[in-house]
Write a protein that binds this ligand. Structure first.
Ligand SMILES: *[C@@H]1O[C@H](CO)[C@@H](O)[C@H](O)[C@H]1NC(C)=O
Ligand SMILES: *[C@@H]1O[C@H](CO)[C@@H](O)[C@H](O)[C@H]1NC(C)=O
Ligand SMILES: *[C@@H]1O[C@H](CO)[C@@H](O)[C@H](O)[C@H]1NC(C)=O
Ligand SMILES: *[C@@H]1O[C@H](CO)[C@@H](O)[C@H](O)[C@H]1NC(C)=O
Ligand SMILES: *[C@@H]1O[C@H](CO)[C@@H](O)[C@H](O)[C@H]1NC(C)=O
Ligand SMILES: *[C@@H]1O[C@H](CO)[C@@H](O)[C@H](O)[C@H]1NC(C)=O
Length: 480
């Protein structure tokens, strides 16, 4: 099996002319501490979608696609209704909006009073203020009877699953989506939840807006960039490949606004009781894992239930209790290694802020002092390359024009329990173009702001969320 994998990898390396030299350069005494990358591999190719080989094997495994690019189910044939592909500056701006709202939600400085005055500033409750950012990754799930396939952005930072529903309010307030909008009146398994249902009654305590209309339960969620969804709380049949769940509580949104880039809604993978893993815990034991592909040319997977054959290579860290959030998965970062050398960062720098892992944040955010140490070490090792100006939240950038290959130092993050996660070579740099390639990490503005392990750094890693076991695990080479 391992041989077969290396052959496949080798063939792909040759075919895609990727710089897959890491493996070949491993020394017996230990691994080399840099990546040699062909400059051409830094850019998306124009190849067609390459499907992940793992995804079809498990019945509870869904294909994960980038919202844009050849693999996306949202890559439109009907270009007129499809929203524009965001550019890098949009992505990073939205990312900062998401991070800002996460910080205000988890702020150690924020008091009850802050939250109250915050929630009075808009019509809807804003405590669940995670913006959907650039909505990078989607999966397709079947909803209703007959089954209606819908592409949903998945989000480990929020709980409620929702999709846009007909009739989209009196003034047609749905944003454009690629697939036909779900129509509850054409599904025989749909039912509204009543205002007296326990699920409806816990909306407010879970950070959502709640109201009643003719004893039907109304929910609302506002995200940090002011995108929102408002509609009926309902029950429906959900189908994931061949797994069928008859009574999933979800939001049937008739009034929705936001930048979802054609996705039909959201699959909530957070830790709260509303989330999809919590609602399917009887079947999947509150365990799921995903692998985010390194480029829009590949698919990854989102798999519910036990990790099966992978379990040996997964290294776990406990879900941290120091970050007080019902939805987020907290982690304890304890160190950073650059080019094989552990940086000297006092442990209190990490413990003061705490950390979470988030599928929806793009760029990893570190406490200011930790980021400064990372940047210094990275710059030192990259001193052979031409520095160029920073862009958006990224301040350490290089001009690689004319270079055939570059050597970049390896970066890894260490977590509580001795778990070390090596960032994939494609998760270290954010590429605007060949003349502006930047270190893909950023510093927080405040020592007290929570650190976030973002999705660029998670690429190709199998990330296992074991809610029942209170731990998050990592294994290399989960997908391409
Ligand atoms: C829905 O998706 C599944 C698997 O992705 C596919 O087999 C099925 O044909 C699709 N159904 C419809 C109605 O498009
Ligand atoms: C759900 O409630 C809405 C609003 O009252 C109503 O129009 C719709 O028919 C209800 N659906 C079902 C299946 O009862
Ligand atoms: C609940 O809905 C009614 C009308 O449907 C509206 O008048 C009222 O303001 C809403 N309550 C809240 C707290 O938003
Ligand atoms: C960067 O780190 C690697 C691995 O430790 C080392 O071989 C290389 O010489 C360093 N480069 C510079 C310019 O310091
Ligand atoms: C970096 O520069 C030093 C000194 O100029 C040189 O010895 C070394 O080989 C260079 N390293 C790389 C990776 O180009
Ligand atoms: C990058 O370097 C090339 C070649 O040295 C130069 O022509 C170009 O102007 C540089 N671009 C930027 C943005 O600095």
């Amino acid at each position: 099996m391992k041989n077969l994998l290396s052959i496949i990898t080798l063939v792909l390396c040759v075919w895609l002319s990727f710089g897959c030299t890491d493996g070949a350069q491993k020394r017996k005494s230990g691994e080399v501490s840099f990546h040699r990358i062909h400059a051409s591999s830094l850019f998306p190719s124009s190849s067609p979608c390459v499907l992940s080989p793992r995804a079809s094997n498990t019945k509870s495994s869904l294909l994960v696609m980038h919202t844009h690019g050849p693999c996306s189910s949202l890559s439109s044939k009907k270009a007129t209704t499809s929203p524009k592909t965001p550019n890098h500056d949009d992505i990073l701006r939205l990312d900062q909006a998401r991070v800002k709202s996460i910080h205000s939600r988890l702020s150690k400085k924020s008091t009850v009073q802050d939250r109250v005055s915050q929630s009075q500033s808009t019509d809807l409750e804003v405590r669940d203020g995670s913006t959907l950012g650039s909505g990078n990754y989607i999966v397709t799930v079947g909803i209703g009877t007959p089954k209606h396939n819908l592409s949903l952005v998945f989000d480990t930072g929020s709980d409620l699953t929702w999709t846009q529903c007909e009739p989209c309010g009196k003034s047609k307030t749905c944003y454009p989506q690629e697939e036909p909008i779900f129509n509850p009146s054409s599904s025989t398994s749909y039912s509204n939840l009543s205002c007296s249902s326990p699920f409806c009654n816990s909306l407010t305590s879970q950070g959502y807006y709640r109201n009643c209309s003719a004893s039907n339960c109304i929910y609302g969620a506002v995200y940090g960039d002011r995108s929102f969804t408002l509609g009926f709380l309902a029950k429906e049949k959900f189908t994931l490949n061949s797994d069928v769940f008859d009574n999933i509580n979800f939001g049937c949104g008739e009034n929705n606004k936001g930048l979802f880039y054609g996705a039909a809604g959201l699959l909530g993978l957070g830790r709260g009781t509303f989330s999809f893993p919590s609602q399917t815990a009887m079947t999947y034991n509150n365990i799921f894992s995903y692998c985010l592909p390194s480029s829009p040319d590949y698919t990854g997977h989102l798999t519910f239930g036990s990790t099966g054959g992978l379990s040996n290579s997964v290294k776990y860290t406990p879900i941290s209790t120091s970050t007080d959030s019902a939805s987020f998965y907290g982690l304890d970062i304890v160190g950073i290694t650059v080019a094989g050398k552990e940086l000297e960062i006092p442990l209190t720098v990490f413990s003061t802020a705490g950390a979470i892992i988030d599928s929806g944040t793009v760029i990893t955010r570190l406490p200011p002092m930790a980021y400064a140490a990372l940047r210094t070490a990275f710059k030192e090792n990259m001193s052979n390359y031409t520095i160029t100006m920073g862009r958006a939240i990224l301040d350490t950038c290089y001009n690689f024009t004319g270079l055939e290959s570059v050597e970049i130092p390896k970066v890894s993050l260490s977590f509580e329990g001795g778990t070390v996660v090596e960032v994939d070579s494609r998760g270290i740099l954010y590429v605007f173009d060949v003349s502006q390639v930047c270190l893909a990490f950023a510093g927080n503005g405040d020592d007290g702001d929570v650190a976030i392990f973002g999705n660029v750094q998670q690429m190709t890693i199998e990330v296992v969320y074991d809610g029942a076991g209170g731990r998050v695990g990592f294994a290399p080479n989960g997908c391409m």
